[in-house]
Structure formats: C-alpha cells, structure tokens
Design a binder for this molecule. Structure first.
Ligand code: PAF
Length: 283
C-alpha cells in the first residue's frame, strides 16, 4: 500500500496492534543496499514500513536536492516485490506544513551534539545532521516503529541517530546493516547514477584504499598516520579527497592507535560527485 498522508500511516499502524513494526527510512531511488535493509526488516519484524522522502532540510543550499533522483513508481514496485506492508511517500508540505519556512528560525530542529557533527561529513555539510535527526525523529513519531534499519555506508549517520535515540529516550531499536557493494567493490549509492563509465572506474579507488588500509592493519600496522598515508599511492587528479579518517567506530573518537574497534572512513569527489565509503578494521 502506498500512502502520502501522515494520518493514513497512523491509522494503518494502529490496526497492527501487538505486532512488531520495522521502519526503513529512505530517500528513494532504491537499490540493493536499501533492499538489504528491507530484507532484514522483513526477517526481524511482523510489519515493515518504508518511507520515501527526499528531505529538503538535510541538503545544503549548494547540494543536489533538486537533482536528487526521484523514482517513486519503480521504488514502490520494488517494495511490493519485497513484501513491504506500507510505503509512506509524503510531500514536503505534509512533513513540514504548508508554507512553512524551512529554517531553524521558525521550525523546531533536533541538533545532535557538536562533537559528533563537527567531523567527517558534518564538517563540510553544515546542518546536514540536524536535518537528518529532525526528519528521522518525525518519522519515528509518525510510524512508532519497534525497530529502524540503517546502512553502515552512512556510518556517521548511524552513530548520530543512535545517540539521539539514547539521549532523547526514543523507544526504538536501531539496527545497522552491512554495506552492499557491486562485485567491483564499489559501495552502492543512489549518487552512483551521476557517474560516467570512467567515473565509476575512478570511484573504485575508495574501496581499494579502504581494503588496503584494512590489509595493512591486519599485517600489524597500527600507526594511524602510517595507515592513512597508504592511500596516497591510489589517488590521482581525478580524485578530490575530502577526508580520510580512522576513528573509534562506536564513538567517532580519535584513537592513539588503530585497534579492532577502528573504522576507516573516506569521502572523495569523482566527477564532482561526492562519494563516501568505510570499512571496519576488526571483524
Ligand atoms: O540515509 C538516508 O537516506 C537519509 O539520511 C534518511 C535516513 C532517510 C533521512 O532522510
């Protein structure tokens, strides 16, 4: 079932009294990565809701909000095939109110702590995680799920959403699912659509860098600068590196040395498309 109104979601979920409800929040343009979240939700829950909403308040003024792929018919078809019980695809006016100015002068935002947002993607995407937390909390309040499913690809997002849920006592369990990759190693992303054939080849560098860092760690290198330096041999003038960091995967804290709790994270532009990827150094 496809619905666009909050009230329809609330009424449907109410009729599922006593059943375990899972939410997969998405911005649509669904790919195998999203489908893996949906499959996990189907395994874990009695009823599954997928939200499809390109959330204006998590995009900066110079970002790709207008250009972001919108493929609702195809997305709905995929959801139906996967046995999703309810697809919620609201308009921005349904989520934020007709005529509502989308600014924190006039709208309540959820602002995650500076420590978590002042690094990695948050450093260049000012306000991005305020927008994410605000819409995710709204979706939790509309759907009232028992569990919500997020991909490890957006590792910083998962840490921040978990922190919000803990700090604000939101009664939902956050379940993180592994990154899904093409055979080539490229992490699936809706933004891969923007890449040319050559761009896709250059994009493979991200996973190569991360795999190599992991391999070096497994060989016994724990010095973080030394691990990061191994990346430079892979980068060419086709790569505009935004960050490469090795941090604690649960807290995003800096570490003195890499260990089994470390995560290596990279953001890099290829053909001006901003790509991110990450890998756990331990299991
Ligand atoms: O990861 C995403 O697609 C989005 O940030 C999310 C969680 C659906 C919120 O808009």
């Amino acid at each position: 079932m496809l619905v666009h109104k909050t009230e329809e979601v609330k009424n449907t979920v109410k009729s599922w009294k006593g059943l375990k409800v899972g939410l997969v929040p998405t911005m649509g343009a669904l790919h195998e990565g999203h489908l893996s979240l949906i499959k996990k939700a189907k395994e874990t829950c009695d009823k599954v809701v997928v939200s499809i909403f390109v959330n204006p308040i998590q995009f900066g003024p110079a970002e790709d909000y207008d250009k972001y792929p919108r493929t609702l018919d195809k997305d709905f078809e995929l959801c139906t095939k996967e046995g999703v019980d309810l697809v919620f695809a609201p308009a921005p006016s349904e989520m934020y109110g007709e005529g509502q100015k989308l600014s924190n002068d006039t709208l309540t935002y959820v602002c995650p702590p500076f420590f978590y947002v002042n690094k990695l993607c948050g450093k260049t995407r000012t306000g991005h995680f305020d927008g994410v937390c605000t819409v995710v909390l709204k979706l939790f309040n509309i759907v009232r799920p028992d569990c919500a499913f997020f991909g490890q690809k957006d590792a910083q997002q998962v840490v921040i959403v978990k922190k919000m849920v803990k700090d604000l006592n939101v009664p939902v369990e956050i379940i993180q699912c592994p990154i899904v990759r093409e055979e080539s190693g490229l992490a699936l992303s809706s933004r891969n659509k923007y890449l040319s054939e050559e761009g896709r080849k250059n994009a493979l560098t991200l996973s190569r860098i991360l795999n190599n860092i992991r391999a070096c760690y497994k060989k016994g290198i724990t010095d973080i600068e030394a691990l990061k330096e191994t990346a430079y041999g892979y980068l060419t003038d086709k790569h505009d590196l935004e960050y490469l960091e090795i941090l604690d995967r649960n807290t995003l804290e800096e570490q003195e040395e890499a260990n089994n709790d470390s995560i290596a994270l990279i953001a890099c532009r290829v053909e001006n498309v901003r790509l991110i990827d990450n890998i756990y150094l331990g299991e």
